[in-house]
Design a protein around this ligand. Structure first.
Ligand SMILES: [Zn+2]
Length: 256
C-alpha cells in the first residue's frame, strides 16, 4: 500500500519533470473576446490574447476593406493558432464586418472606413465604427498597429496601387528603419523580382495607420499584398509578416 506522503512525492516529482520537459506549459496565454459596435449591424469581434507580461501591446486589424481576403484569413488563422509568451495581442479580423460579408471594398458603398479616422461617435455608422476602433487603440495603450490590406495591382507596375508594399505615414526614422527591416525579411523568401516588397512613405489622411501614428504617436504600418498573386500565397505572406513582427518584439513562444 502506497503511503499518502509517497503519493504526493510522486506527484510533485512528476510535475517538476513536466515543467522541465515542457517549459512552455508554464507560459499561458488567455484569449478574451469583446465586441465593437455591439448591438448594431457593424458588431464585430475583437480577440485579445493576453499573457502574464502586459507589454508590448500590438494590434492587428484586417477587413477594413471587405474584399481584401488574405488579411482577413490570416488574422483569423492567427487568432486561433498563435502562441505568444509575452505581451498582449489584439486582433480584429473583420473591421468592417458588413463589407466582409458582402465581399465589397466598402459598405455602405460610398464610405471608405480607411478615410474617416478618428471617426465620430455621433456620425454615420462607418464613422462610429472608426471611432470605436480608435478608442480601442487608446484604451489598450497599444504600441504598434499593423493594418492588413491588399491591392489589385503591383505598386511597381502602377504606383496608384500599393500591391507588395509596407506603407508608412511619415518619415519618422525608427518607423522607416522598422519597415525597411520587415521588407528585407519578407523579400528573403521571394524568388521572383516582380513580387518583392518595398517601403512606401505615403501619408494617407484619415486612414487607421495615419491616425494611430499622427494622433496617438503609435508606430503604425499598413501591409499590402497584391491580389494578382494566388490567395494561398498571400495568406501565408500576411501571416509571415505578423510573425516577423511578433518575433522582433520577442512575443512569440519559442517552438521547442
Ligand atoms: Zn485596403
Amino acid at each position: 500500500m502506497i503511503s499518502i506522503r509517497k503519493y504526493f512525492r510522486i506527484i510533485f516529482i512528476a510535475l517538476i519533470l513536466l515543467l522541465f520537459c515542457f517549459p512552455q506549459t508554464a507560459l499561458l496565454q488567455t484569449t478574451f473576446v469583446e465586441y465593437i459596435c455591439a448591438g448594431t449591424d457593424y458588431e464585430t469581434p475583437v480577440y485579445i490574447i493576453k499573457t502574464d507580461y502586459k507589454e508590448p501591446t500590438i494590434m492587428i486589424v484586417a477587413g477594413t476593406h471587405g474584399n481584401e481576403k488574405a488579411g482577413i484569413k490570416a488574422a483569423e488563422y492567427l487568432k486561433d493558432n498563435l502562441h505568444i509568451e509575452r505581451g498582449t495581442l489584439i486582433i480584429i479580423p473583420k473591421a468592417n464586418i458588413f463589407a466582409c460579408e458582402e465581399n465589397a471594398r466598402y459598405f455602405p458603398p460610398e464610405i471608405n472606413l480607411n478615410r474617416v479616422y478618428p471617426g465620430n461617435p455621433q456620425g454615420n455608422s462607418v464613422e462610429k465604427l472608426a471611432y470605436e476602433i480608435f478608442s480601442l487603440m487608446k484604451r489598450y495603450d497599444i504600441g504598434l498597429l499593423v493594418d492588413l490590406h491588399e491591392s489589385i495591382e503591383f505598386y511597381r507596375k502602377n504606383p496608384k496601387n500599393y500591391g507588395q508594399t509596407v506603407v508608412i505615414d511619415s518619415n519618422d526614422d525608427y518607423l522607416f528603419e522598422l519597415s525597411s527591416f520587415l521588407v528585407e525579411k519578407m523579400n528573403q523568401g521571394i524568388i521572383e523580382d516582380g513580387n518583392r516588397y518595398q517601403v512606401l512613405v505615403d501619408p494617407v489622411k484619415g486612414s487607421t495607420a495615419y491616425c494611430a501614428h499622427h494622433q496617438l504617436g503609435i508606430l503604425a504600418l499598413t501591409f499590402e499584398t497584391c491580389r494578382k498573386l494566388p490567395l494561398s500565397f498571400r495568406i501565408e505572406e500576411q501571416i509571415k509578416f505578423v510573425k516577423i513582427i511578433l518575433s522582433k518584439w520577442n512575443m512569440l513562444a519559442v517552438q521547442r
